[in-house]
Design a protein around this ligand. Sequence first.
Ligand SMILES: NC(=O)c1ccc[n+]([C@@H]2O[C@H](COP(=O)([O-])OP(=O)(O)OC[C@H]3O[C@@H](n4cnc5c(N)ncnc54)[C@H](O)[C@@H]3O)[C@@H](O)[C@H]2O)c1
Length: 261
Amino acid sequence: MFDNQVVAVTGASGGIGRAIGAMFAQNGGKVALSDLSPPVEAAAGINAKAYACDVSSELSVKAFIEQVEGDLGPIDVFISNAGVGAGNGPHVAGGSNESWETSWQVNVMGSVYAARALMPGWLERGSGRFVVTASAAGLLNQVGSASYSATKHAAVSFAESIAIEHGDQGIKSHCICPQYVRTNMTAGVDFSGQREKLLEPEDVAETLRQAIRDEKFLVLPHPVAGEYYAYRAANPDGWLDGMRKMLAKLKETKSYIFKDS
Ligand SMILES: NC(=O)c1ccc[n+]([C@@H]2O[C@H](COP(=O)([O-])OP(=O)(O)OC[C@H]3O[C@@H](n4cnc5c(N)ncnc54)[C@H](O)[C@@H]3O)[C@@H](O)[C@H]2O)c1
């Protein structure tokens, strides 16, 4: 399906990024995986190349893209997947400025830096595919983390802007919005009280494959997230009420996803 397409993935040493890389490799892609340190083990298993890339640094993102293009050829598909989260602290604005800034840099600017480096070549060629791993928190909210919620909303918005601004110039954009997935990010969290299923990273990768096949912007590994998204738009007060009930439950079980920082 992706024969000889050059695919670059960030935040890919494990979890969703690694599974997405493997999915592209299984479907014929030439895959470049990156993370803060080169994800050598993840890359070896799928005959991919491993690179270091800190997505919060524009220089690092630019260098990653240049290295991949030098080694494998022009990038066809870019997966902006690296992500971080932090808890609120004592109240909704209790997280440090540094913590908010890190979330902004990694969850939003990482995509902006990559798009800035890729777009001139893509516009010249009239093709390119940009995939953002946002979150259902970017359509709804992450209870206990205002910074994750705000930055993932921004991540969804940036993916939408690519689709709007450049969709008629041959550039495709997709936004992956899962609820909970079994990765390092969710390790140690008690999901027994959750209504929704904890998916495997491979499920997310397969949903992305299908969304690309069907040219769908929004990638919803948990389809119910789309129903909540519609409910939020139709009935904002009812939705906020439901979220407060969820928060009350989380306070009882203390099963927040993110630690304070
Ligand atoms: N696991 C979930 O339930 C879930 C749900 C929705 C969305 N997501 C999103 O999926 C993406 C992948 O997360 P995951 O669940 O696979 O967890 P993960 O912790 O395995 O992957 C996140 C990766 O991002 C990397 N990273 C962090 N800061 C970086 C930086 N500055 N530069 C480059 N890489 C950096 C980490 O090293 C890590 O490998 C994230 O964007 C996350 O927000 C996860």
